[in-house]
Design a protein around this ligand. Structure first.
Ligand code: BG6
Length: 501
């Protein structure tokens, strides 16, 4: 969390009455307020069509913070103070004149509160609404040019950032028609997670791991983003999206970058992002045959989670009964660079898995000689380093140890570091960190244009091949299982298997 003093600014949330504002943004802002990270003058202005006025928004945000916030029970006094920062401007972001009206309201509020007019526009709106809003922001004079000194204007853009490479490029062009790159904060909340940030600290803030972090010592890497939830009422969204776009294009590839990137020359925005782009550009392009060989699509059928029966994807609301949309994806990628040549990275993401777990597992090569062979120890389990992103955040190292006793028997044991044990106290939500960074103008943990486009390039290649080769076996995994058989075969072909976290 940034240690510099709070920045006085106006935060505007487009989509102020929506799910993201309720579940994440306003609870995170409330926490920033409670912990003294918001400047005294700072105001938060919601925009949307479904809320009447300030009072109605405050009431609904109070309910949201009580339900989704970290502070239970809600600290009434803190809420009272925080709620005086909240305002709602009812209007249609696609209507240019509504934004002109909004500008007058913002200016009046800023004058009243002694704010300089610096503004953070948070776009918690559907992808199709982004480009029209950006154009209207520019036309209404709501964007201060970076060249002129004085107040700043920045936008935070939520994922999905585009639908494929072409639409991501088009969206970037539209945004750049109004904003400069350094004003654009493309958010991926996985980058705000403490444990994601810790991957670089672990690798580069310690002396002993980095020398092993390469093809000489690493056999392969597995990255898993498993969720036990299904599509949670987002059937319509998922029908258009699928897990490759929803989770792999952004969260999983960002985790891949954290593990695979070279040390940046400095821990500053462009240096870090330069290295991530290099990783994405080093991913080996795949031919259609390779895509079909090295990817697996899955879709969940009815099953049970924690002993409770749950419906299949095709039975979810707003999902076609014949849907071919994937709720699981596995993907073997190769990174063709000096460090990683020949080390496969196996990526997987799935809904309705047996449990919620995100982890990066690095499997090391086995020793060159089975020294204890003569004593009956024929095979040695490889060392595995597991970076647990969530839940149960921590890091574990599996290694062989001699079982106590007169004979030579080797067992696999584990050294385990748990965040909860080492650092007591509040854990910060990813959105808190990212909102604060955006207020401070620090884009290290946000995706740059070329990064997003490089990720889309590979994902679009897979999507194109998939579109031309519709699957015939969906649904192919039951809720509460670790995915389709084909994903196990993908690993078995290489003489490996997925971890069961
Ligand atoms: C979102 C996806 O980006 O991330 C959701 O749209 C997914 O489908 C969510 O459930 C997972 O986030 P987290 O922080 O709970 O792992």
């Amino acid at each position: 969390m940034s240690s510099s003093s709070p920045v006085a600014a106006t935060i505007v949330i487009f989509g102020g009455a929506g799910d993201l504002a309720r579940r994440k943004l306003v609870p995170a802002l409330f926490d920033l307020h409670r912990f003294g990270h918001l400047a005294r003058e700072t105001v938060i202005v919601g925009n949307g069509r479904s809320v009447e006025d300030d009072a109605a928004w405050r009431a609904s945000m109070k309910a949201a913070v009580a339900e989704f916030g970290h502070d239970t029970p809600l600290d009434e006094a803190a809420w009272e103070a925080f709620s005086t920062r909240l305002f709602f401007h009812r209007g249609d972001l696609k209507a240019a004149h509504d934004l002109v009206e909004m500008k007058a309201r913002l200016e009046a509020l800023e004058k009243e509160r002694g704010l300089p007019g610096s503004r953070l526009y948070y776009l918690a709106i559907p992808p199709s609404a982004i480009a029209p809003l950006v154009v209207n922001l520019g036309a209404a004079g709501l964007v201060h040019p970076v060249e002129t000194p004085g107040p700043w204007s920045r936008i935070v853009v939520e994922k999905p950032f585009g639908h494929d490479l072409a639409s991501a490029r088009a969206l970037n062009d539209e945004i750049h028609g109004v904003f400069r790159e350094r004003q654009v904060f493309r958010i991926d909340h996985y980058l705000g997670k403490e444990t994601t940030q810790n991957v670089l600290v672990f690798r580069l803030g310690n002396g002993i791991f980095e020398p092993l972090w390469n093809r000489r010592y690493v056999d392969h890497v597995q990255i898993t983003v498993a969720e036990s939830i299904g599509v949670e009422g987002r059937g319509r969204f998922f029908e258009e999206t699928g897990i490759l776009r929803d989770i792999v294009q952004n969260h999983v590839l960002q985790l891949l970058c954290q593990v695979a990137m070279e040390p940046p020359v400095a821990f500053e925005p462009n240096a870090v992002r330069d290295e991530k782009v290099k990783v994405l550009r080093s991913i080996r392009p795949q031919t259609p045959e390779e895509v079909l060989r090295d990817t697996v699509r899955g879709q969940y059928g009815a099953g049970s989670i924690d002993g409770q029966p749950v419906p299949g994807y095709r039975q979810e609301p707003n999902v076609s009964p014949a849907s071919l949309r994937e709720t699981y994806a596995a993907w073997k990628v190769q990174i063709d660079n000096w460090r990683w040549a020949g080390v496969p990275f196996y990526l997987r993401a799935g809904k309705r898995m047996p449990k919620r777990v995100t982890e990066i597992a690095i499997t090391f090569k086995t020793p060159p000689i089975a020294l204890f062979r003569k004593t009956g120890v024929l095979t040695q389990e490889p060392n595995v380093l597991i970076l647990r992103i969530q839940p149960d955040e921590g890091i574990a190292l599996r290694f062989g140890a001699k079982q106590p006793g007169p004979t030579m028997k080797v067992d696999t044991v584990k050294m385990d570091f748990r965040y909860a044990d080492a650092f007591a106290g509040k854990t910060h939500d990813a959105y808190e960190r990212l909102l604060l960074d955006a207020l401070h103008g620090d884009s290290t943990l946000f995706a740059r244009r070329d990064e997003v486009e490089a990720a889309w390039e590979h994902v679009t290649n897979v999507l194109d091949v998939w579109r031309g080769n519709p699957p015939s076996d969906l649904p192919n995994y039951e809720c509460g299982t670790w995915g389709p058989e084909a994903a196990m075969e993908l690993m078995a072909r290489d003489g490996r298997r997925w971890r069961r976290p």
